[in-house]
Design a protein around this ligand. Structure first.
Ligand code: PHE
Length: 340
């Protein structure tokens, strides 16, 4: 009795719904509600399975009648409200999917990311500056004398007498110090440009990471400590490190840092030109003249700076002997570093 009532009331409800239908979308809703896979009828058929044997025939008969009735109603509705064009499927959804090809980071980006992470863990924050610079930020403020050869058209892409493409990331030091007070602890990654013939060893565009630390009582020992720590994290703790005296207009004293050759481990090979060492960066204590150009008192403040070429570091790490392939983006090359 109770089952018959259920079927009757569903029939009534369906009739009401049927009369209200006025669009294709509502036809669909009707179908889903009553005839869909998780619809009311399907539920009732599940219920049927669980009924005691003696109630099954009666309920089954009524249920089948209801189903037939609803299917007929649905058919009527379909004719009355046919599927509009915009609902037609254009694609065959049963086709197997196309696997999207997944790219990977370029090894220069990967190297840069690793370097950033290491210095961030030392407390450095990231700073940035423009690629189009003025002669002042790229040279004068960094204590380059007027007649320094780097100002020559040979090395620098001048846009005008005053404007140029920065030849290194060191101008970010000046820009950052102009707008911040010590203590300063930044790294500045970015693209740099040099008017050089493109060869296996040099390119006219490459990337550098600049570092700058300014405070009171900063020592050369701290500079060494920071860079040695960096190299041991980046290359592994068994790497040997040495500093050689060098010259940069904006640091005094200045040095270059070498790491033991990653290929021959110091024995001598083609990569290290049989010296056992590879140069990876330039560094030094900030020259007092640089502090003067940003109005820092060199009697109070001291600091260190360093700069490294990312392509060079990536080439040494991945054993690449021609810088040009880093810029050609040949897929056969790029694919080799997937998943690294
Ligand atoms: N700017 C220098 C270069 O491009 C590197 C450097 C940066 C050296 C900071 C010392 C201090 O070669």
């Amino acid at each position: 009795m109770e089952n018959t009532e259920t079927i009757k009331s569903i029939g009534k409800e369906a009739l009401k719904d049927f009369e209200k239908v006025s669009s294709y979308q509502e036809v669909e809703n009707f179908r889903i509600k009553y005839l869909g896979r998780k619809g009311i009828l399907s539920n009732l058929f599940d219920k049927l399975k669980e009924l005691p044997k003696e109630e099954k025939p009666q309920f089954g008969k009524e249920l089948n009648l209801l189903k037939k009735e609803l299917e007929e109603k649905y058919e009527l509705l379909r004719q009355k409200f046919p599927k509009p064009k915009e609902f037609e499927l254009k694609d065959d959804l049963t086709l197997p999917g196309i696997k999207p090809r997944i790219g990977s980071k370029h090894i220069v980006t990967k190297t840069l990311d690793e370097i950033k992470e290491i210095f961030k863990s030392f407390g450095f924050v990231i700073a940035e500056g423009p690629e189009l610079e003025t002669d002042y930020y790229n040279f004068s403020a960094l204590n380059f004398p007027e007649d320094h050869p780097a100002r020559d058209m040979q090395d620098t892409f001048f846009i005008s007498k005053e404007l140029l493409l920065r030849t290194h990331t060191s101008p970010v030091q000046i820009r950052y110090m102009e707008s911040h007070k010590p203590q300063i602890r930044i790294i500045a990654p970015g693209r740099v440009f040099r008017n050089e013939a493109i060869s296996a060893r040099s390119h006219c565009i490459f990337h550098q990471v600049e570092g700058l630390y300014v405070d009171t009582n900063v020592t050369f020992a701290e500079l060494k400590g920071t860079l040695v720590n960096f190299a041991k994290i980046f290359y592994g703790s068994d790497v040997a490190i040495r500093f050689r005296p060098s010259f940069f207009p904006f640091t005094e004293p200045s040095a270059e840092m070498d790491v033991s050759c990653i290929i021959c481990k110091g024995k001598g090979c083609r990569l290290c030109k049989y010296t056992g060492w590879l140069e990876i960066l330039g560094c030094g204590m900030v020259d007092p003249n640089v502090f003067k150009s940003v109005n820092y008192d060199p009697e109070i403040y001291t600091g260190y700076a360093f700069g490294m070429g990312i392509e060079r570091i990536a080439m040494l790490k991945y054993g690449i002997d021609d810088i040009r392939i880093l810029f050609e983006n040949d897929l056969r090359f790029l694919k080799q570093f997937k998943g690294l």
